[in-house]
Write a protein that binds this ligand. Structure first.
Ligand SMILES: Nc1nc2c(c(=O)[nH]1)N[C@H]1C(S)=C(S)[C@@H](COP(=O)(O)OP(=O)(O)OC[C@H]3O[C@@H](n4cnc5c(=O)[nH]c(N)nc54)[C@H](O)[C@@H]3O)O[C@H]1N2
Ligand SMILES: Nc1nc2c(c(=O)[nH]1)N[C@H]1C(S)=C(S)[C@@H](COP(=O)(O)OP(=O)(O)OC[C@H]3O[C@@H](n4cnc5c(=O)[nH]c(N)nc54)[C@H](O)[C@@H]3O)O[C@H]1N2
Ligand SMILES: [Mo]
Length: 759
């Protein structure tokens, strides 16, 4: 079978601009899916793979964490972008030892992320010796010995950092944190630190559980769904099906976003012929908010609710909450004029929103990175919680909080203990089960890991998936930090920038992905994942592995642990590698909610984890009640002549994996170096549509951060705001610009000036 050869690196990033799309999905999405799948996998493999996505006997889509629901599944239970994620992994292209012999590391560092990703699946473990300019093949045994050697040379286990990205299964994640803690550190940063950490922080404090409180059925039953700071048409396309269903049952939808995102305007559901023909208008009200204005918006809505007779659910507030009086006093002082400045909205729009809120018995608020990646992100999400608590909209069918997670198992990884600040109860359980004393002091999150590497306080970096170098903020600082390490190790499926920007020595450990069949000494294995709504279910790959040399993630961790911990470890690593059921038996005894895990995981469709606020209106917080909070309202202030830049995803990428150079729904084609600016702002700044500029960050440390050569696109974003794609713009996000409490990089509020280019 012949697949299309990868084009050479399209270094000439030459974006062309057309009108933005007005609807999402529909037939163009189907056509696109078929083409991408065919190019990467060929026809037979495409069918075989795509028909198993998200089926009860199949594998969990490696795309987003949107749930599948418990009822009957559609035969095509995936979306265009899920299919791209699958095709990217199940591709027939291969990165072999010959590839590495041909391309020196210095050359790989010059390549675009797009080109690197297009090269295919990595087939053999590879080693870059100190002073070497090429990766060379290495045996698994030798690779683990190198890691053991470097770890043994540290003066403390806290000089090593162990990162996790959110595709790692529950079984692998549990083993990984077990190994790392037995080794002696809590340095377990993960992609969540850059993602929904703000949600976790805010929800744990206010509701007692750092996860969403709604199921898919709740969404279907809601009267009002607020979608704030999220672009589901691209990042969670199957969510549009749920919104369409809710809409058909009478729900109203408010979209709060600086951009008019296509999916929230009109959705053409390819699973539904009528919808496909006509499309469904999803949002009833579009609040085109200024970046960072959400806390002010919700605070004013809360004041208006409090001042409307009978609007507050007084019984719920009395019986289940704490801190109402203090919060109400703060809310009453909310000011219209300041809110209009902070949000850029007009009075009539907010009044219309209030009408929809007051008319709703059952309200859900969904959000993603548009709320979590700001300095005041945690305060913003707490205000969302205040909003729902006022209406008694938590722990009731059709209502609640819905932080929509990113990576397909990012939520499960945290449940399994991937966390730099583990709860004492979790460590107690680990100690009791495995008979060693886990470290109790907190470890490094992502930002602190970068500082530690930069300052020489951490010397070994090991990543269980992901692309740390490209996903992290302040690219220049992060790259220099990683280059200082003695050893960097990447457990990966595909090539990315983190393989090219390395420590003195480097290893690439190639692993099985979700779609690959996993056979161990104990027979064929499956793994489990947890979706955004707390459903845990099995995932079984069905393709022959990309190469016979690959090891699964659990096998890699188990062998690494044996090499590093040696005879001193009483943990049965070999047994865990042989049969993942043995890992699940331990998870069942350590992690609450996983009792009888093996039996329940084997059930088609899996099981739902308990969630006290949702299930029993019980709030395991410090006060034993749901907490109202009263933080001062904040919003970004932008100096004259500057814009507030958000760094976001195009329709053709999965985080740092770039599938292609188009952003169909926004009308951008053939390039990614574009900056979307409102025509009036552009006019004021003297920037013609199509002009080329450098984006120059302005941060209080006075360091110049520059992203060169972006094409200005006149686009209907909120005034004073701009948007450009990540990871090209990560160079502009200062390492120290993070959210209060959660320490999440403030990737959605970067003050920039646009400098016209001389050339
Ligand atoms: N196809 C695909 N799917 C993905 C991913 C992917 O890259 N590709 N990534 C996965 C991951 S890890 C994650 S975390 C999710 C991310 O999912 P999203 O959060 O939807 O991703 P972003 O592209 O960062 O989009 C942020 C949205 O918030 C809006 N926004 C920005 N600032 C503000 C603000 O201040 N207020 C409000 N109200 N809105 C704002 C932006 O205009 C944009 O619509 O998607 C997951 N799914
Ligand atoms: N400026 C800016 N920065 C951001 C964001 C933003 O919105 N703006 N978003 C942030 C968010 S929300 C997130 S989640 C992070 C994402 O950060 P990461 O999770 O670190 O990055 P990804 O691009 O998802 O990682 C892709 C790589 O994972 C590897 N991989 C894929 N599947 C598997 C697997 O099954 N096993 C293993 N071992 N490896 C695998 C492949 O080698 C692939 O190249 O980026 C963050 N960075
Ligand atoms: Mo994410």
């Amino acid at each position: 079978m012949v697949t299309k050869p990868p084009a050479d690196d399209p270094a000439q990033d030459a974006p062309t601009i057309g009108p933005p799309g007005r609807s999402a999905a529909g037939l163009p999405a189907v056509a696109h899916t078929v083409r991408v799948a065919h190019e990467q996998m060929g026809a037979a493999r495409s069918l075989r793979t795509l028909l198993k996505v998200n089926q009860k006997d199949g594998f969990d889509c490696p795309g987003c964490a949107w749930p599948e629901g418990s009822g009957k599944r559609h035969r095509a239970e995936f979306c265009e972008n899920g299919a791209k994620a699958v095709a990217e992994e199940a591709t027939l292209r291969r990165v072999t030892p010959e590839f590495f012999a041909e391309h020196p590391v210095a050359e790989l560092a010059e390549r675009s992320g797009y080109w690197l990703g297009q090269q295919g699946r990595i087939t053999e473990p590879m080693y870059l010796p100190e002073g070497g300019d090429h990766y060379t093949p290495v045996s698994w045994e030798r690779a683990f010995a190198i890691v053991a050697e470097e770890l043994a040379g540290l003066s403390s286990p806290d000089e090593a950092v162990f990162y996790t990205s959110g595709r790692t299964s529950n079984e692998a994640a549990f083993l990984f944190q077990l190994f790392v803690r037995e080794f002696g550190t809590n340095n377990l940063p993960d992609c969540s630190n850059m993602c929904h950490e703000s949600s976790g922080s805010a929800l744990t404090e206010t509701l007692g559980v750092g996860k969403g409180s709604v199921s898919l059925e709740d969404l279907h039953q809601a009267d009002l769904i607020v979608v704030a700071g999220q672009n589901p048409g691209t990042n969670h396309p199957r969510m549009l099906i749920a919104l369409e269903k809710a809409k058909a049952a009478g729900a109203r939808i408010i979209s709060v976003n600086p951009l008019p995102e296509a999916g929230l305007e009109r959705f053409k559901n390819p699973q539904n012929p009528l919808s496909l023909l006509r499309g469904t208008q999803l949002a009833d009200l579009f609040l085109q908010i200024r970046i960072g204005g959400d806390q002010a918006l919700f605070r004013l809505l809360n004041k208006l609710i409090i001042e409307t007779g009978g609007a507050v659910d007084e019984e719920f507030v009395r019986d289940h909450t704490h801190g109402f009086e203090e919060f109400a006093a703060a809310a009453r002082s909310a000011d219209w004029a300041e809110t209009l400045t902070a949000t850029g909205l007009d009075r009539a729009e907010i009044e219309r929103a209030l009408e929809l809120v007051l008319a709703s018995e059952r309200t859900v608020v969904c959000w993603a990175m548009g709320l979590t990646q700001h300095k005041h992100a945690v305060a913003t999400i707490r205000e969302v919680v205040n909003f729902l608590l006022l209406r008694g909209a938590v722990g009731r069918p059709g209502a609640g909080v819905c932080p929509v997670r990113g990576h397909s198992n990012v939520q499960g990884d945290r449940t399994m203990g991937i966390f730099e600040r583990p709860a004492p109860a979790f460590l107690d359980a680990l100690e009791k089960e495995f008979g060693f004393a886990p470290p109790r002091h907190h470890g490094f999150d992502v930002v602190r890991s970068i500082r530690a590497l930069r300052d020489g306080d951490a010397k070994v970096f090991l990543a269980m998936g992901g692309n740390f170098v490209a996903a992290s903020p302040d690219t220049a600082v992060t790259e220099a930090a990683l280059r200082r390490a003695r050893l960097t190790v990447q457990v990966s499926t595909k090539l990315n920038r983190s393989h090219a920007v390395t420590g003195r020595r480097a290893l690439i450990l190639p692993t099985l992905g979700r779609t690959d069949r996993d056979v161990q000494a104990g027979g064929r294995q499956f793994v489990t994942v947890e979706d955004s709504m707390g459903m845990v279910h099995a995932s079984r790959g069905n393709l022959p592995p990309a190469s016979p040399s690959l090891l699964s993630e659990p096998a890699i961790v188990a062998r690494l642990a044996r090499a590093v911990l040696g005879a001193g470890s009483r943990t049965p690593w070999e047994e865990f590698e042989r049969d993942y059921g043995a890992i699940r038996d331990r998870i069942a005894r350590v992690v609450p909610g996983f009792e009888d895990f093996n039996a329940r995981a084997a059930r088609p469709g899996g099981f739902t984890l308990p969630h006290a606020p949702r299930d029993e209106r019980r709030f395991p917080t410090a006060t034993g009640r749901a907490n109202f909070t009263a933080a001062p309202v904040e919003y970004p202030r932008v100096p004259e002549g500057r814009l507030l830049l958000q760094t976001l995803r195009s329709h053709d990428q999965y985080n740092t994996t770039v599938y292609g150079l188009d952003d169909r729904y926004r009308g951008v084609r053939g390039g990614r170096r574009v900056v979307l600016v409102h025509p009036e702002d552009a006019g004021r700044l003297g920037l013609a549509d199509g002009a080329y500029v450098d984006l120059v960050g302005e941060w209080r440390d006075g360091v110049e951060r520059r992203a060169p050569g972006f094409r200005v696109v006149h686009y209907p974003t909120a005034r004073g705001c701009a948007a450009a794609y990540y990871p090209e713009t990560n160079v502009l996000v200062p390492l120290d610009s993070t959210a209060d409490t959660s320490n999440t990089p403030a990737s959605k509020s970067v003050v920039v000036r646009l400098e016209p280019r001389g050339d």
